[in-house]
Write a protein that binds this ligand. Structure first.
Ligand code: B4P
Length: 191
């Protein structure tokens, strides 16, 4: 039986992960799992988890591993008939990457590839400030918080790249240019 297509879409804040996920969902009929979206839904519903996460997110900090891993575990089980998944904004730490492998392995699945959008810091900052002007996301309005998210990405999340490189599953993608150009680069990498 053909394995599912399970893609980790990686990159710093503002790299275009959410934007490019939209194309990949349609083209490959994948289920989109964005931990950022899941956390914002919890916040909007004012659940205890959402209220706890809100404080961390608005300060540019990562939410605890066990919380996001639990959300992904629930989502994987809720979509057990999916053709595959696009993991957007997850895993963000080595512990999350290891937990994801364990969850997928228990289902007889694995990550097919990591596609990493590469964007310089100043471009990330400019994109997020632009989105912050209209989106209502408090973490996109303040340049200090945006730069803190980028620092945390470099310190805690960027090492996840090596985890997938060591497994031969990593592909870097130039994240600069038009949305359509970047979509074409991703499609070529998926094959
Ligand atoms: P996320 O929701 O994942 O947000 P993000 O990193 O800011 O990236 P996003 O996907 O939204 O932006 P995109 O690049 O698409 O995380 C938010 C917070 O949630 C985190 O800081 C953390 O607190 C928490 N969190 C989430 N997951 C977690 C986890 N696993 N563990 C712990 N905590 C977690 O787009 C940005 C903008 O760029 C858009 O406005 C878009 O229109 C624009 N854009 C895209 N492509 C472009 C292009 N080619 N040219 C110009 N602009 C472009």
């Amino acid at each position: 039986m053909r394995k599912k297509l399970n893609i980790v879409l990686f990159g710093p804040p503002g790299a275009g992960k959410g934007t490019q996920s939209e194309f990949m969902i349609k083209r490959y009929k994948l289920v989109h799992l964005s931990t950022g979206d899941l956390l914002r839904a919890e916040k909007d519903a004012e659940t205890p988890l959402g209220l706890q996460a809100q404080e961390l997110m608005s300060n540019g900090l990562l939410v605890a591993d066990d919380i996001v891993i639990g959300m992904i575990r629930n989502a994987l089980h809720a979509h057990n008939k999916a053709k595959g998944f696009i993991f957007d904004g997850f895993p963000r730490t080595q512990a999350q990457a290891e937990a994801l492998d364990e969850l997928l392995s228990a289902l007889g699945e694995e990550i097919s590839m990591m596609l990493a959008l590469e964007v310089p810091e100043e471009e990330s900052v400019a994109r997020l400030l632009k989105r912050g002007a209209t989106s209502g996301r408090s973490d996109d309005k303040d340049e200090t918080v945006i730069r803190k998210r980028i620092r945390i990405y470099e310190e805690e999340t960027a090492p996840v790249k090596r985890y997938y490189q060591d497994k031969g599953k990593y592909t870097g993608i130039d994240g600069l240019g038009s949305i359509e150009d970047i979509t074409a680069r991703l499609a070529k990498a998926i094959g």
